[in-house]
Design a protein around this ligand. Structure first.
Ligand code: CA
Ligand code: CA
Ligand code: CA
Ligand code: CA
Length: 354
């Protein structure tokens, strides 16, 4: 029965509506509020490292890698930071995903140590693996920001400042991990060198204080401007706003060394202030900050009225067919499973205005 209906709809579209395709796109003038919000400190900021015994109360966190350290049982990205900003008090949570349009997201972090070499671009995985013989083609290593995903039954809310790492966890076991989207799947990038791929962060930390290749003074502020035009990233943060909490993981693949101390090889690792830092408490430095601009559309509409003409009809079928296939946070993905397919078409038909 449904198959026949869909075939008839397709036939109608091809024979009647296609010639009128100039009228396909009905402008959808949904009124929207723009919220521009700055969060001056995270609710949760922690150092993610297997042997960190005082998770949320640490003053600073250092990022580094295990590659070539002799401790290869641990994730390549061994020392990582987790940041969580509760957004629900300033930006309404629990709305439909399609009501959020994120216009910009920026995160800043302040270095608590000096003399890290500034690199404003991603380095290839080969340049971290000494066995490849591929040199780093620009001085320094970038500091990278990713989305966060959770294991061990945790969410961003339950992990908070004191969820367990767990202590001693080895590769692919940490309860919070950095993600990029590969074929639409949120994928742990903690072992990108071992797994032989160059991870694509949501953003790389940049500064105008020094030029790439120069050393950064203490209290240098790194800014991570997130590419919200990427549909997967946009979708990730829509879901975060819906949840009321925005999580980030920050890491780097700097060769490991005791935090803040330069060793005989001249190695130093980037170290960052948390909100518990003495310098932050006394107003000498800032904790991580988040700036976000988001448009919130009215939620009075009918979810199945995809073209916004006030009713559910053939125009909405065209929107579904036009976004057929894998589609992150698409309004036409009516059952929210990440795919626009026959299930969504059936959901639309079920809401058809007779
Ligand atoms: Ca903290
Ligand atoms: Ca480099
Ligand atoms: Ca409609
Ligand atoms: Ca679907």
């Amino acid at each position: 029965m449904a198959k026949v209906l869909i075939m008839k709809l397709k036939q109608y579209i091809l024979t009647t509506l296609l010639p009128l395709s100039i009228f396909w796109v009905v402008p959808n003038f949904v009124s929207a509020d723009i919220i521009s919000q700055q969060f001056v400190a995270p609710d949760f900021d922690r150092w993610m490292y297997p042997y960190n015994f005082n998770p949320g109360s640490r003053e600073t966190g250092v990022t580094f890698s295990s590659v070539g350290s002799g401790f290869e049982q641990f994730d390549d990205r061994d020392g990582q930071l987790v940041l969580g900003f509760v957004t629900q008090d300033e930006i309404p949570a629990a709305l439909a995903l399609t009501q959020y349009t994120i216009q910009s997201i920026e995160v800043t972090l302040t270095c608590s140590n000096a003399d890290n070499v500034y690199d404003d671009s991603v380095d290839s995985w080969e340049s971290y693996d000494i066995e490849t013989g591929v040199p780093d083609d620009d001085a320094g290593r970038p500091v990278e920001l990713y989305g966060a995903a959770f294991r061990g039954g945790y969410t961003g809310w339950s992990f908070g400042e004191d969820g367990t790492f767990p202590v001693g966890a080895v590769r692919r076991e940490r309860n919070v991990y950095p993600i990029q989207f590969i074929d639409g799947i949120p994928t742990d990038v903690s072992n990108s060198v071992l797994d032989e791929f160059t991870a694509e962060p949501f953003a790389v930390g940049t500064t105008s204080t020094v030029l790439p290749g120069e050393v950064m003074p203490s209290e240098t502020v790194l800014t991570f401007s997130i590419d919200v035009s990427d549909p997967e990233i946009q979708c990730y943060f829509k879901k975060s706003l819906q949840d009321g909490l925005m999580n980030f993981v920050v890491n780097s693949l700097h060769t490991s060394q005791q935090p803040g101390f330069r060793d005989f090889r001249g190695i130093i690792n980037p170290n960052f202030h948390f909100k518990e830092s003495f310098a932050v408490q006394f107003g000498l430095a800032d904790a991580a900050q988040l700036s976000i601009v988001v448009a919130i559309a009215d939620g009075d509409g009918i979810p199945e009225d995809l073209d916004g003409d006030g009713s559910v009809g053939i125009g909405d079928v065209l929107v579904v067919l036009g976004s057929w296939g894998s589609c992150s946070c698409c309004s036409s993905d009516l059952n929210g499973d990440g795919d626009v397919n026959v299930s969504d078409l059936l959901a639309l038909i079920a809401a058809w205005d007779s």
